[in-house]
Design a protein around this ligand. Structure first.
Ligand code: FER
Length: 247
């Protein structure tokens, strides 16, 4: 394992690179956590390990305001995450050992994966959104996020999310994002995995994404939660199987 920071404008993004056993040249999967998450979460570590077993290196990265990366949580927005992810992809493309790139993210990281795949459509062999939270822009426009209601035309300066605070700019940014446009711009293979007892993201969104993408597989994990608390091995198995089938 190699641990380092990837520069992105004035901040540093914390990263860990894990190589598959015995590989000199191999594909690389960028793996990104969700809202309030980080790279050592059980489901993130497990997904990365499955990818290593499938012969791909993994680059786990923490986004703005999360984990050991720069920025404050309360100041993060989806634009800042997009800017960070674009920098990470550009960094990954400079690595000599990389034979091809994949992008994987969980929840808000899954939404990010869908956006960046549309923006950098030629750069990925495939993408893997896990429980992708692509209802966030709709919720921001409808006035329903973080389990609370607000007036979408009069967004408060600061929101409370559990014990954390979040700047209203998070919502202002999210309101401008139209995920369907980026789904339409990406034609490569997609694997979506989500539990049917996800308490944070409606499964309906995964089904709709799978229909809208030109080339998507959806694996629904029966009885599982947002972070795959009950059947982690079904999520990792689906990821491993999918990667081994990509040429
Ligand atoms: C929300 C529901 C889920 C929300 C964010 C999420 C900002 C993201 C969850 C995750 O990334 O795990 O209402 O509002």
């Amino acid at each position: 394992m190699q641990e380092f920071f990837i520069p992105c404008d004035e901040i540093r993004l914390h990263a860990k690179l894990d190589m598959p056993e015995g590989a000199e040249k191999c594909p690389l999967t960028i793996v990104i956590h969700g809202f309030t998450g980080h790279m050592e979460e059980r489901h993130i570590v497990a997904a990365a390990k499955a990818m290593n077993e499938a012969g791909a290196a993994t680059l786990r990265v923490e986004m703005y305001g999360h984990g050991q990366s720069g920025g404050r949580f309360e100041d993060h927005t989806l634009y800042k995450w997009v800017t960070g992810a674009l920098a990470v992809v550009d960094y990954a493309k400079t690595l000599d050992f990389v034979t091809g790139l994949y992008l994987c993210g969980h929840s808000q990281g899954g939404l990010l994966t869908m956006l960046v795949a549309g923006m950098k459509r030629g750069d990925f062999k495939a993408i893997i959104p896990l429980s992708p939270a692509w209802m966030i822009p709709d919720g921001a426009r409808e006035g329903n996020l973080l389990g609370q209601g607000f007036d979408p035309l009069h967004i408060p300066d600061m929101l409370e999310s559990g014990e954390r605070k979040l700047n209203g700019n998070y919502i202002r940014v999210a309101q401008t994002i139209h995920v369907e446009d980026e789904i339409r711009r990406y034609n490569g293979p997609v694997l979506i995995v989500q539990g049917d007892a996800d308490e944070a993201v409606p499964l309906e969104y995964a089904r709709r994404a799978a229909e809208l993408y030109a080339d998507a597989e959806l694996v629904v994990v029966p009885g599982d939660t947002h972070c795959f608390d009950h059947h982690l091995e079904m999520m990792t198995g689906a990821v491993k199987d999918f990667l081994m089938r990509q040429s």
